[in-house]
Design a protein around this ligand. Structure first.
Ligand code: HSE
Length: 316
């Protein structure tokens, strides 16, 4: 019998401009680590503890915690009532638009399935991890959890049934991430979704389809230039960019400094820039930081690359 399971799951960036709720990309080196230990008793109690210094604010009540929601649902569905001790180390900055809740959710689903040897496939694991997004975003969306769990670039399909297409990105795809120190509303993703238009112009839909298909073609042709050409989004970004002071400057400065494109990471407020090779990473990081500084915001920048996805690192 397995007593404990530890899983590491990476950060992710969702949407990549033109693929709202459809595209996701797993990102190294940021990652959350979740260890689940089977308790001595069968009372169905889930205890959540934060390990380390980051992410002090995560809720410890299971029904409010991303990992807790996933585990409660899985335990219910599989009739498992073992007490669980859950230890979460947050490596993905919370509320930044880099899939922090998704990383904990994906890691929890994998750890629980391994601990109780459920033998369920990746699509089911992603479906469970998606439940965790309700705790933070108010709705299920699978782009971050799928990218964190599977790694690489992911296309989410929901109709006629939940399904995922994973594509391995080209090796020379590099991303610079800028995470501004910005006070966001609690349940930031829920808020950032509430401001989105309910109806959009057909012209903008056509443009986004053109860009999204260009981006996917870039992945298959292993062309970072084409990927970058497909990032432009005329539907979501014009609205959400108003929530990010300095958005225009950060984008323009990143491109001046050598990035091929820049956009909002997921629901923001982080921004990502697309680079071919890490050659220009330093100037682009500096340029994005300057863009935020010009509007009075400090920010953390880092260089990321596509992740291979979540993995079990220990079982006892
Ligand atoms: N696709 C989601 C959104 C990602 O943009 O709201 C949230 O991280």
């Amino acid at each position: 019998m397995i007593h404990s399971c530890t899983v590491v799951a990476p950060a992710s960036t969702a949407n990549l401009g033109s693929g709202f709720d459809v595209f996701g990309l797993g990102l190294d080196p940021l990652a959350d680590k979740v260890k689940i230990v089977r308790g001595q008793w069968k009372r169905g109690r889930i205890t959540i503890r934060l390990v380390g210094t980051k992410g002090r604010a995560i809720p410890s009540k299971p029904e409010l915690n991303t990992a807790g929601v996933v585990l409660q649902k899985m335990a219910r569905d599989f009739g498992i009532d073992d007490d669980l001790d859950v230890f979460i180390s947050k490596g993905v900055p919370m509320g930044s638009g880099l899939g922090s809740s998704a990383a904990s959710a994906a890691a929890s689903a994998i750890a629980f399935a391994r601990l109780f040897e459920l033998g369920i496939g990746k699509t089911e694991l992603i479906r469970y991890a998606g439940e965790g997004e309700i705790a933070s975003a108010g709705t299920r969306h699978y782009d971050n959890v799928a990218a964190s769990l599977l790694g690489g670039f992911v296309i989410v399909r929901e109709i006629p049934q939940l399904d995922f297409i994973r594509i391995t990105p080209p090796d020379d795809l590099v991303l610079v991430v800028a995470i501004p120190q910005l006070k966001m509303p609690s349940r930031k993703t829920e808020y950032a979704r509430s401001v989105l238009p309910k109806k959009v112009a057909l012209k903008n839909v056509s443009q986004n389809i053109s860009n999204a298909t260009t981006l996917v073609t870039g992945l298959f042709r292993r062309s970072v230039d084409l990927i970058a050409m497909g990032i432009e989004d005329g539907i979501i970004e014009p609205v959400r960019s108003r929530l990010i002071p300095g958005y225009d400057r950060v984008k323009a400065r990143a491109i001046e400094a050598g990035a091929l494109a820049a956009t909002i990471s997921g629901a923001g407020p982080s921004m990502i820039a697309i680079l071919r090779t890490a050659e220009r990473e330093k100037p682009v990081r500096g340029a994005m930081a300057l863009g935020f500084k010009e509007v009075g915001l400090s920010c953390q920048t880092l260089t990321c690359w596509p992740s291979r996805g979540a993995r079990i690192i220990a079982t006892t």
